[in-house]
Design a protein around this ligand. Structure first.
Ligand SMILES: CC(C)(COP(=O)(O)OP(=O)(O)OC[C@H]1O[C@@H](n2cnc3c(N)ncnc32)[C@H](O)[C@@H]1OP(=O)(O)O)[C@@H](O)C(=O)NCCC(=O)NCCS
Length: 200
């Protein structure tokens, strides 16, 4: 089995696996971003307590170690501020295929941080994990999320009608965006050369 690095870089960000104690730096951004998260993320039905944010950090650190799901935290290099979360989930190692999810701290949106992070995570997935197929799935009404996928270079593969429920219980159509290892955008290939990935 390959060793999966727990930390790598993009131009402005440090991207790393969760670890115990992360609630100290991440809880404020979850709190600040609650209105946007509540609109789109199934796990954000209600506000999280500090203890729940810490439980998430500990459980996702364990899942990372067990290769069940590779959640990742994004920090700004210049000042260490928590920018948001992303990562690789719905993993099928036999293909290998994975899905990228993400959310950004509301006060830091509109600066291209998530596009940069997702570009770096694609490079990490293709060049280090040997992934063949990456997906981004989003609510068909979530224009900002689809825009991230499109900016990185994903193409729309399908629209699944009434595929799930949104956090408010309404029916949602889901868009499936895809990117393949044999058709990587130039930006992803460039990011792969500067990951500076390090193991645990
Ligand atoms: C989806 C989400 C992460 C998008 O965040 P975002 O800030 O729009 O995305 P980015 O950080 O990539 O920033 C892109 C914006 O910065 C601008 N930008 C500035 N500098 C940029 C740069 N160097 N590179 C790319 N874009 C840049 C882009 O033009 C774009 O602006 P626009 O929205 O006015 O067109 C955010 O809306 C979110 O967290 N939503 C709630 C959770 C959610 O829906 N998650 C997805 C579930 S599938």
């Amino acid at each position: 089995m390959i060793t999966i690095p727990t930390r790598f870089e993009t131009e402005r960000l440090i991207i790393r696996a969760p670890q115990p104690g992360d609630s100290v730096s991440t809880h404020a951004s979850v709190e600040e971003s609650f209105p946007e998260l509540h609109e789109w993320m199934p796990w954000a039905r209600q506000r999280q307590t500090l203890a729940e944010t810490e439980t998430y950090a500990r459980e996702s650190a364990l899942r990372y170690r067990n290769r069940e799901e590779l959640a990742m935290l994004l920090f700004r290099k210049s000042d260490g501020v928590h920018v948001g979360n992303s990562g690789l989930h719905s993993i099928a190692w036999d293909v290998p295929r994975m899905e990228i999810g993400y959310w950004i701290r509301t006060s830091l949106s509109g600066q291209g941080y998530m596009t940069e992070a997702v570009t770096g995570i694609c490079a990490f997935a293709f060049s280090i994990l040997g992934v063949l197929r990456l997906e981004i799935r989003c609510d068909a009404r979530n224009r900002r999320s689809a825009a991230v996928a499109e900016r990185v270079g994903f193409t729309l593969e399908s629209r699944m009608r009434w595929q799930s429920r949104d956090p408010q219980g309404g029916l949602r159509d889901t868009l499936v965006y895809v990117l393949f290892s044999d058709d990587q955008p130039e930006t992803v290939q460039r990011a792969a050369k500067h990951l500076n990935a390090s193991a645990p």
